[in-house]
Design a protein. Structure first.
Length: 231
């Protein structure tokens, strides 16, 4: 019944649009009209953007790390992507975590020398039993120390929420000033019709202050967030 109702609504909408097009004498795919729409979208004014995240790459990187730490994430910087495995080994050892790691199919992670570490590596989405997960961020947002992660087999969304400890790699060059810049980057990278199904913004570890106003980490997701900024 609900499916039939949605179908009726869709047919009604199409009928209304068809009537409007007939009245205007257009079919909807005229080049001048398409050009006008594209121009309006490209020249639409921006809303208020915080000044905090602006600046050159060095300034954005410094702000990102400071804001991420303020949100109770731990942050380190390594010189290259090849230094990431060693940093993760150090972090898990210092946190007294098991030497296990679940990750997706991201080619940048696959190229790292995991065989030279003592880590037991699993690939694919989390089944809810993984204690440690690794993701590669699409971007970092300087204004709030936030990570932007896109969904897909390269970086399954379940890794963002189910394990206790979430380690995220972000390229230093991918740290942008604000959220508006993330959406612009999405459009530039994926183009029309190619955007991922899900975009997650993650700021610090999961937390809740609902119970007697006491801050509780790990309430709805990872209790620890470790960010590795790679040069």
């Amino acid at each position: 019944m609900a499916r039939q109702k949605r179908g009726d609504e869709l047919n009604s909408r199409r009928a209304v649009i068809a009537n409007i097009r007939r009245a205007l004498g257009v079919v909807g795919d005229e080049a001048p009209r398409s050009f006008e729409v594209e121009t309006r979208l490209k020249t639409a004014p921006h809303g208020v953007v915080p000044e905090r995240g602006q600046g050159d790459l060095a300034a954005r990187s410094a702000t990102f790390k400071a804001e991420a730490a303020r949100a109770q994430a731990s942050v380190v910087e390594v010189a290259t992507l090849m230094a990431v495995p060693g940093e993760i080994v150090r972090y898990l050892r210092d946190m007294n975590c098991p030497a296990t790691l679940c990750m997706g199919e991201d080619a940048r992670l696959a190229a790292m020398k995991w065989s030279e570490t003592p880590l037991e590596i699993a690939h694919g989405p989390s089944d809810g039993l993984d204690l440690n997960a690794l993701s590669f961020a699409f971007a970092g947002v300087a204004e709030s120390g936030t990570l932007a992660l896109v969904s897909g087999p390269d970086n399954p969304t379940t890794l963002n929420f189910l394990p206790d400890n979430h380690v995220v790699v972000v390229k230093r060059d991918d740290i942008v000033a604000d959220y508006e810049a993330v959406f612009a980057k999405l459009r530039a990278v994926f183009g029309k019709g190619g955007a991922p199904r899900t975009l997650n913004f993650i700021t610090g570890p999961s937390r809740s202050g609902d119970i007697e106003q006491t801050l509780l980490l790990g309430a709805h997701g990872p209790r620890r967030l470790h960010i590795v900024v790679a040069g």
